[in-house]
Design a protein around this ligand. Structure first.
Ligand SMILES: *[C@@H]1O[C@H](CO)[C@@H](O)[C@H](O)[C@H]1NC(C)=O
Ligand SMILES: *[C@@H]1O[C@H](CO)[C@@H](O)[C@H](O)[C@H]1NC(C)=O
Ligand SMILES: *[C@@H]1O[C@H](CO)[C@@H](O)[C@H](O)[C@H]1NC(C)=O
Ligand SMILES: *[C@@H]1O[C@H](CO)[C@@H](O)[C@H](O)[C@H]1NC(C)=O
Ligand SMILES: *[C@@H]1O[C@H](CO)[C@@H](O)[C@H](O)[C@H]1NC(C)=O
Ligand SMILES: *[C@@H]1O[C@H](CO)[C@@H](O)[C@H](O)[C@H]1NC(C)=O
Ligand SMILES: *[C@@H]1O[C@H](CO)[C@@H](O)[C@H](O)[C@H]1NC(C)=O
Ligand SMILES: *[C@@H]1O[C@H](CO)[C@@H](O)[C@H](O)[C@H]1NC(C)=O
Length: 515
């Protein structure tokens, strides 16, 4: 930007040009410095021609390399254009957001295309992503690394294997292949990790930066300098999060090597590895998200059956799998048809968009987006409500509208109980939850019941069903549940929360107060 501008400035402020133009205007008039009366002045003019030529060539050179950069960027954009399937991959999503936010911003300074970008964005109905979208996408990758224990080396290569062992232990030998991320990305991710107190993950990115087979376009010296910057950032974390440990290491290393950086890279790398391996996990839901299969205690009382909860299902009984007996959690297969599931997401999609615009929280990348759909909205919503009423035997007139939700990159929902909702009438609460899965998720995105050690993977058209309350209206705390981050793909769900008060006839109080 600065070089090209100064080129233009030079062009217009060139005294010679000004002289020439004023001379042509004043042609015919007699003046003291006119050229036609003295050959020595013309000789001076001649000698200036070469300098002007040099300046012009210089300008053209700068311009063509600028244009070359624009062209290269356009090629990069085109090579990924329209491949929406790639966007389901979190690393590709991150790269896309980086290109459309940070890189565009840097480029807009170099061309007269701000208006073009805004026009294209407007006609496509998109908001150009901002810096916090870029940070949000990084945070999503870090969240995936945290929950699924994916090393920086694997993530940078777009490899999303869930790792139940050490985060960085097996990195070196197995992780070879082209990197999807750049050295700058590694620095961005490390910085964001320290910002969100994910010390060991940030360290893992700093270590990747130092690895000899990664980012060969950077010199060792440059990598080392940036890694040291990152360590200094990490050293500022509170000591409870390991900051002082890093600080002491840095000081010690400087004392030992007296500023000689040649041997420092290996030391830094091994120290970082030690820190990464020493970290303990605090939240149990992450482990349940990661484990390959359902980890609850499968006892013989857990069964599958064909149920006919209402004559409506006589010809097509409900395929019901009991996942936990106390509290009772069941999975109902094929409770929806493909047509209904697809229709629901189709109806909800534009409403999610509107919710984004109306919500005002436009810049912050949310972890999921949702919209409430009234029964009158569409035949599919009405039909789903009615069917859930038949299958649960509850009075769905007393319930929330169907809530459709879409989880994006790393989208998740931390452990919570469903019983208390917003906008509930006084004294009312959510007796039952039906969680409907409207699509299959490629990887991740399970629903976990943290106290039951139970994980359920989404199955399109299926529903998870449980009660949040006892008959005496007290909470069943064992229904504490969470949504694991979506590792790959996108996740569509619909929630139906059925209230307590309307069930006087269908779910009467028990005989004992403790029931
Ligand atoms: C789209 O992206 C996916 C994932 O990166 C890739 O496998 C596929 O070949 C791409 N398709 C096209 C047409 O480029
Ligand atoms: C992680 O790896 C280190 C060595 O690489 C080992 O000492 C440690 O026990 C491992 N931890 C787990 C949980 O596997
Ligand atoms: C994290 O980043 C935000 C915004 O970039 C900044 O305001 C905040 O101070 C940072 N926090 C830490 C702990 O680095
Ligand atoms: C490093 O050297 C400084 C002074 O040069 C000293 O104050 C400090 O205690 C030393 N630190 C370690 C860990 O040896
Ligand atoms: C720097 O350290 C390396 C390896 O530790 C050593 O070979 C080299 O001689 C040192 N250079 C200086 C200037 O001390
Ligand atoms: C599984 O359940 C059985 C009986 O319900 C019990 O005896 C056993 O200890 C349980 N196992 C675990 C690992 O919880
Ligand atoms: C169902 O709930 C609605 C709304 O709370 C209520 O008006 C109605 O009486 C209930 N029906 C039955 C059969 O309890
Ligand atoms: C309801 O029943 C549970 C379990 O039997 C009991 O712990 C709780 O105190 C009861 N609540 C009320 C309000 O009686």
């Amino acid at each position: 930007m600065t070089t090209s501008n100064s080129g233009i400035n030079w062009f217009y402020s060139c005294p010679l040009l000004l002289l020439l133009s004023s001379a042509s205007v004043a042609l015919g008039a007699t003046r003291a410095d006119d050229y036609f009366t003295s050959i020595s002045h013309v000789a001076k003019l001649c000698s200036s021609r070469a300098r002007l030529a040099d300046a012009l060539l210089n300008y053209a050179e700068t311009e063509s390399s600028r244009l070359e950069r624009l062209r290269q960027f356009a090629d990069t954009l085109r090579s990924n254009d329209g491949n929406v399937s790639g966007i389901e991959h979190p690393v590709e999503a991150y790269v896309t957001i980086r290109q459309m936010s940070r890189e565009w911003k840097a480029l807009l300074g170099q061309c007269d295309c701000t208006e073009t970008y805004q026009l294209v964005a407007k006609s496509a109905g998109i908001r150009p992503p901002a810096e916090d979208d870029y940070d949000g996408a990084a945070d999503a990758l870090l969240r995936l690394q945290d929950v699924y224990r994916i090393s920086a080396a694997a993530m940078a290569r777009g490899r999303l294997e869930v790792n139940s062992k050490n985060r960085s232990g097996d990195g070196e030998q197995t992780d070879s292949g082209p990197l999807m991320l750049t050295a700058e990305d590694a620095i961005h991710l490390a910085t964001r990790a320290f910002n969100t107190s994910l010390l060991s993950i940030g360290m893992d990115w700093a270590r990747l930066l130092l690895m000899s087979d990664a980012f060969p376009y950077w010199t060792t010296q440059r990598k080392l300098n940036r890694a040291l910057d990152l360590l200094q950032l990490a050293a500022q974390l509170p000591s409870s999060q390991g900051g002082s440990q890093i600080g002491a290491f840095l000081e010690n290393m400087w004392n030992k090597t007296s500023g000689n950086l040649t041997g420092a890279a290996a030391k830094i790398s091994s120290q970082i590895k030690a820190i990464s391996n020493g970290e303990k996990e605090t939240e149990s839901y992450k482990e349940i998200c990661r484990e390959g299969s359902r980890t609850n205690n499968h006892s013989s009382s857990l069964t599958c059956r064909l149920a006919v909860p209402h004559p409506f299902f006589t010809l097509a009984p409900v395929k019901e799998e009991l996942l936990n007996s106390d509290p009772r959690v069941t999975f109902l297969y094929d409770i929806l048809t493909d047509r209904e599931s697809d229709r629901l997401t189709e109806v909800a999609e534009p409403m999610l968009q509107r919710a984004r615009v109306g919500g005002g929280a436009f810049t912050k990348m949310r972890i999921s987006k949702s919209a409430f759909l009234e029964d009158e909205e569409d035949w599919s919503v009405e039909r789903v409500s009615r069917r859930l009423g038949l299958v649960t035997g509850l009075n769905v007139s007393d319930s929330d509208p169907l809530q459709l939700g879409n989880y994006g990159i790393g989208g998740q929902y931390e452990p919570h109980l469903d019983s208390k909702g917003v906008g509930l009438a006084k004294g009312n609460s959510r007796l039952a939850t039906a969680l409907l899965y409207l699509n299959n998720v490629k990887q991740g995105g399970g629903t976990v019941f943290t106290r039951l050690g139970l994980r359920v993977q989404p199955v399109k058209n299926g529903a998870l069903y449980w009660h949040n309350l006892r008959r005496n209206s007290s909470d069943i705390f064992d229904t504490l549940h969470a949504a694991c981050p979506v590792l790959e793909g996108s996740k569509w769900v619909a929630n139906k929360w059925i209230y307590y008060m309307g069930q006087m006839a269908s779910w009467p109080c028990g005989l004992s107060q403790l029931e």
